[in-house]
Design a protein around this ligand. Structure first.
Ligand SMILES: [Zn+2]
Length: 138
């Protein structure tokens, strides 16, 4: 069955519209697409797309949530960048920690509450590993 899912703004309920990233960011160097609330910029909610596609990275987010998702992603990415986990294992670990099925464990879909949880659980792991590093690394 072919179905076109309507993406809606979680803040005001209006349907989202696909716009070019350069238009939304007011930067001609930005490529690709962004979904914004159809009431944007009065309603400040948008989400980017996976590179080279029109598939949204997650749900539309306002400024506060966008900031939290970026912070959560940066903290989470350190887990596999420091090779504490492989990237796949990091996502599996996150899903388990958040009590979510793997396919739902995407920061782009998380609320502010979940983003705060991600930062907190990832920081714990990072701190434990840094401590170990200091202890064994001399
Ligand atoms: Zn909206």
């Amino acid at each position: 069955m072919k179905q076109k899912k309507i993406i809606r703004c979680p803040y005001c309920g209006r349907p989202a519209v696909l716009r070019s990233a350069s238009d939304v960011y007011k930067d001609t160097k930005r490529i690709g697409y962004v979904y914004t609330c159809s009431n944007y910029p009065a309603c400040d909610a948008y989400v980017g797309t996976h590179p080279g596609t029109k598939i949204p990275l997650g749900t539309l987010a306002n400024a506060e949530l966008r900031k939290k998702r970026i912070q959560a992603h940066q903290t989470f990415d350190l887990l596999w960048k420091y090779q504490i986990f492989s990237r796949d294992d990091a996502y599996r670990w996150l899903a388990e920690k958040m009590g979510l099925p793997l396919q739902e464990a995407h920061i782009g879909h998380f609320s502010e509450f979940y983003c705060d949880q991600v930062v907190s659980v990832c920081k714990q792991v990072l701190q434990n590993n840094l401590r170990q590093h200091v202890a064994f690394g001399g």
